[in-house]
Design a protein around this ligand. Structure first.
Ligand code: ADP
Ligand code: GLC
Length: 478
């Protein structure tokens, strides 16, 4: 089985969110099952330098531009990565999608439209050194046009499209559709048109042989108006080829027993000492009071409406009555950044905040916190609640998407049979958050309950093997 795995971000080359974690780990798990994988990404600034001795595979002509295709491996890995190099479009400051002020690049339709066309050409064996995939696995709107372009070829590889987040529809004005040279007939209800705009995500849905999303619950939710972002009718129609495959986590990279970002590593046998050292370290790092009795509530994430940081802000008066400290790391929406910064100034020693992207601190918060709060309004999968369980940190999550699929709520029954791993709450509002954190504090302050939750969480298997086998079955069937 030959697989071309196309994504707009993948660790350790580029990351803004969980897609990078997935694209950085799943290909390796597939290779371990014998799949011959090539991972393809745009060559963002600094990425080519991360490959060991990259070789020039060839050149592709895309919309009058000459793209260079580089091939190489990451240090210590045999997995082949291909980079589509065209510095004018991809090698910029900022993150893959935004300028340094966090404004979306105004040519994103062109950047990812061209990237997708380049991937489709590679998939047909152009500039690929003779290698041709059986299947192309695409992720999110940035690769949505790959299955569309391949639909025009015969024979073409099969396409699987994974939705990581339906809230990003890849919506652009019709002029961009024309500029990308897409067939005029695709400007229709059956094609790429979506309420008067082009949707690159819709292209991925309509033209793929199979569609997955990253948890079974989200696969159901997106067929309803509350979660479907306007695509619910289409997804209902396409439901025979839609399924949910729960993400795994990279158990090497997120392992408290060997994590180089921690001040002290630990495992299920000695977590008390390990967590104490890591608690003290994040209190110091984030300017929290050096209080061994406070319950530390961690939060890490993109500051967007999805993640519910505003609900935490609204619940703060109630939350600060509890014996807690908040350890928050995030970046994104400037209004949310400002509001969080103001609250942190108002509550010195109680709210520790770092605005920005900091991989090491994300690991240290997972290790140092007692509770990890994820009040997401929706969450296709979510990774931090799984990292938390592995790090002996009790997740407190809204019952939605992958959060519902990965955290077992602490009830008298689940606590008794040792399966409980966290707190799962129903209402994504300030009252729901305050209730859930209060419940979390009670649980971690009850030594018997805390031990049971931590042990159950730390012993769960969240590795990629299960998901990799499910994807492999789909590649073979699609
Ligand atoms: P999403 O993909 O919606 O952002 P996930 O929970 O799937 O949500 O994945 C988010 C990933 O990004 C996690 O690995 C998380 O630790 C990381 N992350 C998010 N924000 C930051 C940040 N400011 N600094 C470091 N890591 C972050
Ligand atoms: C998305 C989702 C998140 C998911 C991640 C990886 O960004 O918001 O829930 O875990 O993709 O699949």
């Amino acid at each position: 089985m030959k697989l071309l795995f196309a994504a707009s971000e993948a660790l350790p080359l580029a990351k803004t969110g969980g897609l990078a974690d997935v694209a950085g780990a799943l290909p390796g798990a597939l290779a371990a099952l014998g799949v011959d994988v090539r991972v393809v990404l745009p060559a963002y600034r600094g990425t080519l330098e991360k490959l060991v001795d990259p070789v020039r595979l060839g050149e592709l002509e895309v919309r009058g531009q000459r793209f260079t295709v580089w091939s190489g491996c990451l240090p210590g890995s045999k997995l082949v990565h291909w980079l589509i190099d065209y510095p004018w479009l991809y090698a910029r400051d900022g993150d893959p999608y935004h300028d340094p002020q966090h404004r979306p690049w105004n040519d994103n339709a062109w950047r990812y439209g061209c990237f997708s066309e380049a991937v489709a050409r590679l998939a047909m064996g152009e500039a690929s050194g003779g290698w041709k995939p059986d299947v192309v696995h695409c992720h999110d709107w940035q690769t949505g046009l790959v299955p569309a372009w391949l639909r025009l070829r015969d024979p073409a590889p099969r396409c699987l499209f994974t939705i990581h987040n339906l809230a990003y529809g890849g919506l652009f004005p019709r002029a961009q559709f024309t500029a990308l040279g897409l067939p005029p007939g695709w400007w229709s209800l059956d094609g790429l048109e979506f309420h008067g705009q082009m949707s690159m995500l819709k292209a991925g849905l309509v033209f793929s042989d199979a569609i997955t999303t990253v948890s079974p619950t989200y696969a159901q939710e997106i067929r309803t108006p509350a979660f479907g972002c306007g695509f619910e009718g289409l997804l209902e129609h396409l439901s025979p080829r839609l399924s949910g495959i729960l993400n795994g986590i990279d158990e090497q990279f997120w392992n408290p027993a060997s994590d180089p970002h921690l001040v002290q590593t630990y495992n299920a046998g000695n977590f008390r000492v390990g967590k104490l050292a890591n608690r003290r370290a994040i209190q110091q790092e984030l300017g929290l009071a050096p209080d061994d009795d406070a319950v530390i509530v961690g939060m890490v994430g993109r500051l967007t409406d999805q993640k519910g940081f505003d609900l935490v802000l609204a619940a703060l008066p109630e939350l600060l009555k509890l014996p807690i400290q908040l350890a928050v790391l995030g970046s994104g929406d400037k209004l949310l950044e400002g509001a969080l910064a103001r609250e942190a100034l108002q509550a010195p020693g109680r709210i520790g905040l770092k605005l920005g992207f900091d991989e090491g601190l994300a690991h240290r918060i997972e290790a140092g916190a007692d509770l990890f709060l994820m009040p997401s309004r929706f969450e296709p999968c979510g990774l931090n609640q799984m990292y938390s369980q592995r790090y002996g940190t009790v997740p407190v999550v809204h019952r939605t998407g992958g959060l519902a699929d990965t955290v077992v709520d602490a009830t008298p029954r689940t606590l008794k049979n040792g399966t409980a791993t966290g707190v799962v709450f129903e209402d994504p509002d300030a009252g729901g958050v305050a209730w859930a954190v209060t419940r979390g504090v009670e649980l971690v302050r009850d030594p018997k309950a805390a031990l049971s939750l931590i042990h159950a969480g730390m012993s769960r298997d969240f590795g990629w093997q299960t998901a990799a086998r499910q994807y492999l079955a789909l590649y073979a069937a699609s």
